[in-house]
Design a protein around this ligand. Structure first.
Ligand code: GLY
Length: 366
């Protein structure tokens, strides 16, 4: 059908840092000296990351380390109770417990760290950094990750805000007509503690797949020397089965950094990203010469091809959820891209911090 609007549009969401000169590259012990073109530093993040890229770029301009930059950025959001997709204030699992996932990668040292199903820590990205810094491992999960975090001095705190609890109670009440949970409408009682505020029930349908709100912050950066780092951190899919791990803490899925090539991270439906090893795929496509925008769109097409389950497809046979990729290469070229039109991402470059439209595969029928 020629009138269909499900067309590929690849004009949005791409930018480039200018190549200006020659700088000596960061040199790993034993590695041959490589000379890189000086790049314009750029930091990008998911749409909820404007404050994160602002802070990260300040650190870069102070000649701080690239991983320190993205961590200083995203921890602002992790500690913000207003962001219900990350850290403190994140929406809980089906038992009302907030479980957090995060991964980090440091390009110059080829370092990686990750935590999953971590409870009681506001900034899981800092625990992921400590896994990289203080252990011979890459990935700690659950109670072991929490004991490790406590040993590193991270305080254990209650992460469930009143707003997150109110939304969980609302969701639980609508779960089934065959259990004993009821909505205030069904009991004909008003619950002032939970329901007197504005926006009652909002957000229950705010995800792309209709029923499961999820959000995440990803942030990556390249500095003037072409060094890269990235971080992805999330409370994961709201109301998830306890112990569910999404893409965010899985190296290669929700985050991948290769200091020779570029960095990529993801937000959106983690299960789809895990099955296609999304961020690694984007970096490998960039290694093959693709611009970040084209690499992200190609990795998104793989997700479309992998989505054969009827429950995950709309009436046109397209995914009924979205995934977003954010990629930057060693030259400072960058892009955000999503399955569905309308996504935006945060960029800080050349002294300017702004949201930009993501490239996309499909527009919804109107
Ligand atoms: N992308 C975040 C998650 O699925 O947990």
């Amino acid at each position: 059908m020629t009138t269909r609007r499900s067309f590929l549009r690849a004009t949005a969401g791409a930018g480039a840092g200018a190549a200006l000169g020659i700088l000596p590259a960061t040199r790993l012990r034993g590695a041959p000296a490589v000379h890189l073109r000086r790049v314009t530093p750029v930091c990008i993040a998911s749409g909820n990351g404007l404050t994160a890229v602002t802070r990260a770029m300040e650190v870069i301009h102070e000649e701080g380390d690239t991983l320190d930059a993205v961590l200083q950025g995203v921890t602002i959001v992790e500690r913000d109770p207003e962001d219900t997709s990350v850290g403190y204030g994140g929406l809980p699992n089906l038992e009302g417990v907030v479980q957090l996932d995060s991964s980090i990668m440091h390009g110059p040292t080829r370092g990686a760290g990750a935590v999953a199903s971590l409870e009681g820590i506001k900034a899981p990205s800092l625990v992921a950094r400590d896994v990289m810094r203080y252990t011979d491992h890459v990935f700690l999960v659950g109670p072991g990750a929490q004991r490790f975090a406590r040993s590193m001095g991270h305080p254990i705190e209650d992460l469930l805000t009143e707003e997150a609890r109110r939304r969980w109670v609302e969701w639980r009440a609508r779960l089934s007509d065959q259990d004993y949970f009821l909505t205030p409408e069904q009991t004909l009682h008003h619950l002032p503690d939970f329901c007197s505020g504005a926006g009652q029930g909002e957000g229950l349908l705010d995800s792309h797949d209709g029923m499961r709100p999820h959000g995440t912050i990803h942030c990556n950066v390249v500095n003037e020397s072409g060094d890269l780092s990235g971080v992805t951190t999330t409370s994961g899919m709201a109301w998830k089965i306890p112990g569910r791990v999404g893409d965010s803490p899985i190296i290669g899925a929700g985050l991948y950094v290769d200091n020779d090539v570029g960095a990529c991270g993801s937000t959106g439906r983690g299960e789809a990203v895990i099955k296609t090893v999304g961020s690694h795929a984007v970096v490998e496509l960039m290694r093959g010469g693709m611009h970040p925008k084209d690499a992200c769109l190609e990795a998104l097409r793989r997700i479309v091809r992998f989505t054969i389950e009827p429950r995950l497809r709309d009436e046109r046979g397209l995914p009924n959820f979205s995934v977003n990729y954010y990629a930057v290469n060693k030259k400072g070229e960058y892009a955000g891209a999503a399955i569905w039109a309308g996504a935006r991402f945060a960029v800080s470059v050349d002294g300017d911090t702004r949201p930009e439209d993501s490239a996309y595969l499909f527009q919804p029928d109107r």
